[in-house]
Ligand binder design. Sequence first.
Ligand SMILES: Cc1cc2nc3c(=O)[nH]c(=O)nc-3n(C[C@H](O)[C@H](O)[C@H](O)COP(=O)(O)O)c2cc1C
Length: 175
Amino acid sequence: MLDIMANRRSIRKYQEIAVEQEKVDAIIKAALLAPSGNAIYPTRFFVVNDKELIVELAKAREVGSSFLKNAPLCIVVSADPQTTDAWIEDSSIAATYIQLSAQALGLGSCWVQVRNRKHSKEITSEDYVRKILNIPECLKLACIIGIGYPDEQKEPHADERLRRDHVYANRAEQE
Ligand SMILES: Cc1cc2nc3c(=O)[nH]c(=O)nc-3n(C[C@H](O)[C@H](O)[C@H](O)COP(=O)(O)O)c2cc1C
């Protein structure tokens, strides 16, 4: 697990190879295993491999989502906020499980933020994606995770560049 974490980078270029169904199943199982506040499991996952839909999803954001058009697989992470006030946390943890399980299976992935983002001046990314996938109004959308076999290589983050100054031993230092 620590190696998987150390080697994961956001991958935005993918080979033109479909992700095998066993791998999709394993990723979804990982998402369903993620911890959830009060064991409420508000998350709902839309697993998209339809090329035409993915091309539409790639327009979810004004900038920052176009790379999705070449992803063979997208997972939209959403949740029902009426059941819990921790839907953002639960969605984020599930999305992280999706990214780490993809990495473990030799796949690359990247998060596209949907929550609080815009498709255009008038339309939110959430409403735009909701319409494409017919997602009911009762669900809030967190993100889209693009997944596929990597077509780019990235170095792991160098240890010396980690923000160790963001870490405090016990208490913050006094000013
Ligand atoms: C909450 C969140 C939102 C993100 N949104 C986007 C996005 O909309 N588009 C994108 O290309 N990358 C997005 N990313 C990926 C980040 O840009 C990436 O994680 C960051 O640059 C660090 O690089 P690394 O993932 O390779 O370590 C997002 C990541 C997180 C955690």
